[in-house]
Design a binder for this molecule. Structure first.
Ligand code: ATP
Ligand code: FE
Length: 329
């Protein structure tokens, strides 16, 4: 079995995955969302302290499996340095004390593997990764064959939901709040620009929509509930239209047989619906992870680590480093 640890942002999580069957045996997660909500976003120092308190609690729960381990895996990039370090320190200690191989895991690769926790792995697959820090279209052919086809030039998709929610004083994280509010609003009420609409560039940009929302928010003070819902609906419609427009270009070119959406924002039902329709149009199979595995978790890290274990992607406990940003997935 492999013990996996996730602490790249504001979720502390530990999982146990069986190597031979790739099956998830144990999975626990403590989310810090409520603690950070007071500040309208993640406070790295607080997140780090909470990981230091919560990870040992989760490890204690995993105690029955600790004598059956063949390796320890940990997210070491990308993420917040001070929170990644908490998971890495625990993994180093376990690796040294129990003489186990250590597997460093890229968090974005782990998001891709969230698809394969309960299903057989499928390659090649075109993947849209939408999360708090990233907006990417990836051509995934295997563990070590991941090509970035498009990425964001500024804010990420999830981040734009967080910022829009903050502007309207709705709380954190903004994604689920804005999605829910949008259901009650009129998406035609405010016209929002669709970024890079006339550009051939295969890239995303969310700062323009965010600024358009800021102007509408400022022009409609004080915001009543109906206006907030209309802003949420208008924003979400433009944000998804942008994802769709650029993805459609890639679909036309690559004609993928398999497509997936991963990352925290892949929980958004309007996104799921829009891409289900796009896949129907292109006669492509759509793959979506269980909602429980969209946001950060150690189950996806463990599933990713099984493939890494088979490829012997080990590192010495004294050599592992954390990287806040990564170019290669
Ligand atoms: P990264 O994975 O890029 O390092 P992260 O780990 O912080 O970033 P995730 O936990 O994967 O991000 O996703 C969290 C993000 O997803 C937040 O920005 C949140 O607002 C967004 N999100 C969650 N649910 C939804 C939703 N229903 N609609 C839109 N966005 C959502
Ligand atoms: Fe994430």
């Amino acid at each position: 079995m492999i013990l996996s640890i996730e602490s790249s942002c504001d979720d502390s999580s530990i999982a146990i995955t069986e190597i031979a069957t790739k099956k998830l045996i144990f999975h626990r997660k403590i989310s810090q969302e409520l603690e950070h909500a007071k500040y309208g976003g993640v406070v790295p120092e607080l997140a780090s302290r909470l990981h230091a308190v919560d990870l040992p609690k989760l490890l204690e729960e995993a105690e029955p499996f600790l004598n059956d381990l063949k390796a320890v895996a940990v997210t070491n990039e990308p993420g917040l340095s001070v929170t990644l370090l908490e998971g890495v320190a625990m993994a180093q200690a376990l690796s040294i004390a129990k003489d186990l191989p250590l597997i460093p895991i890229n968090h974005l690769k782990a998001h891709i593997y969230s698809l394969f926790i309960e299903k057989e792995a499928i390659f090649p697959i075109l993947v849209l990764l939408i999360s708090g820090g990233h907006t990417m279209v990836l051509d995934v052919k295997g563990y070590d064959e991941i090509k970035v086809l498009a990425t964001t030039m500024d804010d990420s998709f999830g981040e734009s939901f967080d910022k829009v929610a903050k502007m309207m004083g709705l709380g954190y994280p903004g994604g689920p709040i804005v999605e829910k509010l949008a259901l009650q609003g009129d998406s035609k009420k405010f016209s929002m620009p669709i970024p890079l609409q006339n550009s051939p560039k295969l890239a995303f940009s969310y700062s323009g929509i965010k600024n358009a929302v800021r102007l509408v928010v400022e022009a409609n003070q004080p915001l009543d509930e109906e206006t907030k819902a209309d802003i949420a609906a208008s924003f979400q419609k433009a944000a998804i239209a942008h994802l769709m427009q650029k993805s459609k270009k890639i679909f036309k070119e690559l004609k993928p047989r398999n497509f997936a959406i991963v990352g925290g924002a892949s929980a958004n039902l309007a996104v799921r619906k829009a891409f289900t329709n796009l896949c129907e149009e292109f006669d492509c199979n759509i793959h979506l992870a269980d909602l429980a595995y969209c946001s950060d978790n150690a189950a996806m890290v463990g599933r990713c680590a099984v493939d890494a274990y088979e490829l012997k992607k080990f590192i010495s406990a004294l050599d592992i480093e954390v990287q806040p940003r990564t170019d290669v997935i």
